[in-house]
Design a protein around this ligand. Structure first.
Ligand code: SF4
Ligand code: SF4
Ligand code: FES
Length: 255
């Protein structure tokens, strides 16, 4: 019987955040299955943690949850491209059985192997108050009506899953810059659009009128190219930049 087709995975590993001396590539051969994706291959590696040369190793660590490109937790570099591992189908990324490289994102602190800490994105959402304020839990009555046009503009912006792809691709997000990045700016557009969210637009804009705010975008547009949810990030940045300029020039009129 012919040998089963195998796919080789080259995984960049590191045992912990402070253990850069443990950084290494390890190679694993995984049996090919129809419809397999990177997460199912990682599950196989977890079951049989043995490198291609037969050495037993500790299982590779990664993060995943929804397995349907909704939670963003499995984001990593697959063949050098930032994307979700759960939607990376082996037959598409390795049609002729080419080796596949897996590495953690580089713009977030490493936790271990393929897991990074995306907390900064959640802190950034707090900084820009990316929510609708509700005053207590008592009955507030119906909210303001939202026009069809407003809903149509808001929906694509609301699809963000805080995956980090845009941050990874953005040249302005780096160790020397405070740039907040495109995801949080997009959320400011979303919540400033909302009829109730509008009330707190000045606070959101002021959070982006500082060093590391919206003006630090270099307009390279890498973010929009990698966003798996096809969020119009560059439009959002332009809209929010206009809002901050208006707020800077005329905000005092409204006080
Ligand atoms: S357009 Fe701005 S936010 Fe998007 S990748 Fe370029 S610099 Fe980053
Ligand atoms: S804007 Fe797109 S790429 Fe950025 S975190 Fe949200 S879903 Fe991910
Ligand atoms: S596991 Fe949720 S996006 Fe991949």
């Amino acid at each position: 019987m012919a040998d089963k087709k195998k796919i080789r995975f080259k995984v960049l590993r590191q045992d912990g955040p402070a253990k850069s001396d443990s950084k290494r590539w390890e190679e694993f051969d995984v049996d090919w299955h129809p419809q397999m994706n990177v997460i199912s291959a990682l599950m196989e590696i977890q079951k049989h943690p043995q490198t291609a040369d037969g050495t037993k190793v500790v299982p590779v660590v990664w993060e995943s949850s929804c397995l349907e490109e909704v939670c963003g937790s499995c984001t990593m570099l697959v063949n050098g491209k930032v994307r979700q591992a759960c939607s990376a189908l082996i037959d598409q990324i390795s049609p002729d059985g080419q080796p596949i490289t897996l590495a953690p994102m580089t713009k977030f602190p490493l936790v271990r192997d393929l897991v990074v800490d995306r907390s900064r994105m959640f802190r950034d959402l707090k900084t820009v108050k990316a929510w609708i304020h509700l005053d207590g839990s008592h009955e507030l009555g119906p909210g303001p009506r939202q026009s069809q046009a407003n809903q149509e503009e808001a929906y694509p912006l609301s699809r963000c899953m805080t995956c980090g792809c845009c941050m990874e691709a953005c040249p302005q997000v780096n160790g020397h810059s405070k740039f907040i990045g495109p995801a949080a700016i997009n959320q400011v557009r979303l919540f400033n659009l909302h009829p109730s969210g509008k009330m707190h637009a000045p606070e959101r804009l002021e959070a982006l009128m500082v060093d590391g705010g919206v003006a630090d975008c270099g307009k390279a547009q890498n973010c929009v190219e990698v966003c798996p949810k096809e969020i119009p990030l560059v439009d959002s940045i332009a809209v929010v930049a206009r809002q901050t300029t208006k707020h800077m020039l005329f905000g005092w009129l409204l006080e």
